[in-house]
Structures are given as structure tokens and as C-alpha cells.
Design a protein around this ligand. Structure first.
Ligand code: HEM
Length: 429
């Protein structure tokens, strides 16, 4: 039997177009499904809502009520850092030990009470009132990024906005010196490439290992400087917490910095990318938002529901669990498929329709329960500022011709590039 901390690999294997149809009868790993998973999710909800996927080596849970209950079920453990390296050969595992050690202190990958202690510290920095105070600064950053591309008349939304805005913002919140914030991008990308890859190649794992080593070195330097002269930033608060014994040592401090960088980057980037893509493909909703800019709050919630940047989160069963007459054995992995829950017709009428005037948009894209996204208020401010500023400045923007390529990553959904022709800039901007 697998122990919760030494189970099968955490995430599903990377997409394999040639996957054996016997292993993957729902064709979850096919490029078509990765480009548009929603028809397969509909079949799963209908035919096999608690489904063991041999291809992903875990149970996919796809109905809204069961995904929501799964997030709150203490028998489903979030503690799974070792799982990222379990399946690798011994000598590779040993080499990756510094990476595993870093992940082992991420609140995201811990259960209460260890989780509770770290999470309560992070919460203080992300209360909605404090985050709301960042809104005008975030809008300024969005405008600066758009100023840089406006003269060219075209942009890649991911490269020029989605990738940069979250880094600049989390860098500022943490208190990373301004001149260093662009450096965070390569490290964060290497880490998300590893965490999202499922069965990472040695090259990807090696990239993540170097990134974590460099990130830890980098943060050590910034932490030393902040100890000398504390600032009004999250890093200074975390250092104080460490000095008061609420953070247990340097590793936990460094790991928390890495987690916040990773947690805030890839996800927000894809919310901006998926959100603007959906708007460019749905003219009526885009016009509705242009006509009524105050719709931006519900619009971002509906965009989160419609095409969630995080498609699933994994857990490990601490006990045998019975769901819908199906037994998930102790030690097995379960994938809470947020993307499928968000399109469940039992929860959302006409779920495949993008509709900013829905009266009940209780999506599940930011999780639920004790692991509910710590950065949710910040993610909302960033996405609202990016989308509303973009639409105001470039009301006639259109997708550039040509096919879009979706990342072959079943857990983190987003296109690899989003080229756009900006059209004339609004004089109202
Ligand atoms: C659109 C953007 C975002 C999405 C879709 C998203 C999604 C999620 C989800 C689904 C979880 C739950 C994980 C679980 O249950 O295991 C989570 C947790 C978390 N998120 Fe986010 N997130 C976003 C933005 C951010 C930002 C901007 C930050 C930080 C600046 C952040 C930091 C975190 C952290 C630290 C956790 C772990 C919380 C815990 O374990 O208690 N996220 N996020």
C-alpha cells in the first residue's frame, strides 16, 4: 500500500498522442481533448463520474457536488510533495533531493496543522482590503505593458502581458527589488514546467532543480538585506514570523517564497490569456462588457468558470473512500477536476455558454476549503485590471489569423501564444 507521502507520481503523465486506446478509452491524453477537454468531461460526468484512469493512474472526479465535497474531505490529503519524484530512478531522485526538500514545505502540499500555521501568515498579506489597495498600482503596470506594445499595433497577450504582470505584481508584494523582477520569470517557468509535466523528462527536472537552487540563493540574498533593513513588504513580514518562531527555519521561509512565486504566476497568466481569448471569440459578451464596464467583476468570475486556468488538483486517499458506489482505495490518487465541475449542468444552467449575467457563478476554479487560493483577491484584481484596461484601450482588437496551440498540459490550461492585432487605440484611453 502506498503511504500518502510516497504514492504514485502526483500529476498525470504528459500528453501522449500515441497513447494506447486501452489505457485511455476516453482519449483524455489526445491533442484534441487537451485543446478542448469539455466534451470528454461531459461524457465522464454522465457515464463515469468517479473514473479510474489507467493513463493518469488516478481517479478523476468530475461532478460539481463531488469535487466540492472532495476539497473538504479530510480523508483526501494534500500532502504529496514526494510524489513528484517517486517514480524516478534512485540516482535521479537523490540528485533532485534539494527540489523535493523545497516542495516539502509548500503550504499547498501540506495538511493541517502544518498547513494552518503557514497559511495563517500568508493570509495576512492577502486580505481583500490590502489587495484592493494595490488596484491602481496594478492598473499602472498594465498600462505600462500596453504602452510598450501599442506602437507595433500587435502583441502576444501571453508574452507581453500575461507572463509579465503577475511577476511584477508578486515581485512587488514580496519586496523583490524592481530591477530583479524580470529574472523571476525563467525560474518560475522552469518550476511550473516541472510541476505541470506529470512525468517530467530529466531535462525538465534538471531545469527545475537549477531554478530552485538559483531561486533559493537569490532569496537568501534578498532575505539577508531585508533582515538588515526591513521594509513594508511580505518578505519582511515572513522574516519577522521566522524570528518569532512561526516559520520553522530558513528552508520553510525559502519554500514559501518559491510557492508564492509559482502560485501567483502561471495561473494568473492563463486567466488573462484564456479570459481575453474567450472575449475575442464571443463578440456579444465583449460588447456587453464594453457597454457596461462595471460588469468586470462578474465577467472575471464567469471567465474563471468558463475556462479555468487550473483544470484539476490532486489528492491522496488516506483511507478507503466510497463515492457513488465506487471504492477509491487508500493510497490512490484522486484528481478533483475543477474544469469539469465548472461545466456541470446540475450546477450551472446551459454550462457551455459564456454568460456574464449569470445569477449564480459559484465556480470552483480557485479551490475550496482550507486550501482555497490564498491569492484569490490578487488574482481577481490583476485579471480585472488587465482585461478592462485592454478592452478600453483596444476596443477593436482581433485575434491574428492562424491556428492556436494549446499547451499539452492537462492540469494547467492555456495557449502557448495569443497573437492579437490591436486595431486603432481608443482616444478615451
Ligand atoms: C487565476 C489565478 C489563480 C488561480 C486559478 C489559482 C488557483 C488555485 C487553486 C485551485 C488552489 C487550491 C489548491 C489546492 O486545493 O490544493 C490555489 C491555492 C493557492 N494559491 Fe492560487 N490561484 C491563482 C492565483 C494565485 C495568486 C495570484 C497567488 C499568490 C500571489 C496564489 C497563491 C496560492 C497559494 C499560496 C495557494 C495554496 C493555498 C493553501 O495551500 O492554503 N494563487 N490556487
Amino acid at each position: 500500500m502506498n503511504s500518502p507521502d510516497a504514492p504514485k507520481p502526483d500529476a498525470p503523465p504528459a500528453a501522449n498522442p500515441a497513447a494506447d486506446a486501452d489505457l485511455d478509452p476516453f482519449r483524455l491524453q489526445s491533442p484534441e481533448t487537451l485543446a478542448n477537454p469539455y466534451p470528454v468531461y461531459a461524457r465522464l460526468r454522465q457515464e463515469a463520474p468517479v473514473y479510474f484512469s489507467a493513463a493518469y493512474n488516478g481517479w478523476l472526479i468530475t461532478r460539481y457536488d463531488q469535487v466540492a465535497a472532495g476539497f473538504r474531505d479530510p480523508r483526501l490529503s494534500a500532502k504529496r510533495s514526494s510524489a513528484f519524484v517517486t517514480k524516478l530512478p534512485d540516482e535521479v531522485r537523490q540528485r533532485l533531493e534539494p527540489l523535493r526538500r523545497n516542495l516539502a514545505s509548500w503550504a499547498l502540499l501540506l495538511d493541517p496543522p502544518e498547513h494552518t500555521r503557514i497559511r495563517s501568515l500568508i493570509n495576512k498579506a492577502f486580505v481583500p482590503r490590502l489587495v484592493e489597495g494595490l488596484r491602481s498600482r496594478v492598473e499602472t503596470l498594465v498600462n505600462e505593458l500596453l504602452d510598450a506594445v501599442a506602437p507595433a499595433g500587435r502583441m502576444d497577450v501571453l508574452r507581453d502581458l500575461g507572463d509579465l504582470l503577475p511577476l511584477l505584481v508578486i515581485g512587488e508584494v514580496l519586496g523583490v527589488p524592481a530591477e530583479d523582477r524580470h529574472r523571476l520569470k525563467g525560474w518560475s517557468n522552469a518550476l511550473s514546467g516541472f510541476l505541470g509535466a506529470g512525468r517530467p523528462t530529466l531535462e525538465i527536472a534538471g531545469g527545475a532543480l537549477s531554478a530552485v537552487a538559483e531561486l533559493e540563493d537569490y532569496f537568501r540574498g534578498v532575505i539577508a538585506a531585508r533582515r538588515q533593513s526591513p521594509g513594508n513588504d511580505l518578505l519582511s513580514q515572513l522574516i519577522l514570523a521566522e524570528e518569532q518562531g512561526m516559520i520553522l527555519g530558513e528552508q520553510e521561509l525559502l519554500s514559501t517564497c518559491c510557492m508564492l512565486l509559482f502560485g501567483g504566476h502561471e495561473t494568473t497568466k492563463n486567466l488573462i490569456g484564456n479570459g481575453l481569448l474567450a472575449l475575442l471569440l464571443h463578440r456579444s459578451e465583449r460588447e456587453a462588457l464594453r457597454a457596461t464596464p462595471s460588469l468586470i467583476g462578474p465577467a472575471v468570475e464567469e471567465l474563471l468558470r468558463y475556462d479555468s486556468p487550473v483544470q484539476w488538483m490532486s489528492r491522496v486517499a488516506l483511507d478507503d473512500i466510497e463515492l457513488d458506489g465506487v471504492r477509491i482505495p487508500k493510497g490512490d490518487r484522486a484528481f478533483l477536476v475543477l474544469g469539469a465541475a465548472n461545466r456541470d449542468p446540475a450546477q450551472f444552467p446551459d454550462p457551455d455558454k459564456l454568460d456574464f449575467r449569470r445569477t449564480d457563478i459559484r465556480h470552483i476554479s480557485l479551490g475550496l476549503g482550507v486550501h482555497y487560493c490564498a491569492g484569490s483577491a490578487l488574482a481577481r484584481v490583476e485579471a480585472q485590471a488587465a482585461i478592462s484596461t485592454f478592452l478600453r484601450r483596444f476596443p477593436d482588437a482581433e485575434l491574428s489569423p492562424g491556428p492556436l496551440t494549446w499547451r499539452m498540459n492537462p492540469g494547467m490550461r492555456g495557449v502557448t501564444a495569443l497573437p492579437i492585432e490591436l486595431g486603432p487605440q481608443s482616444s478615451a484611453s
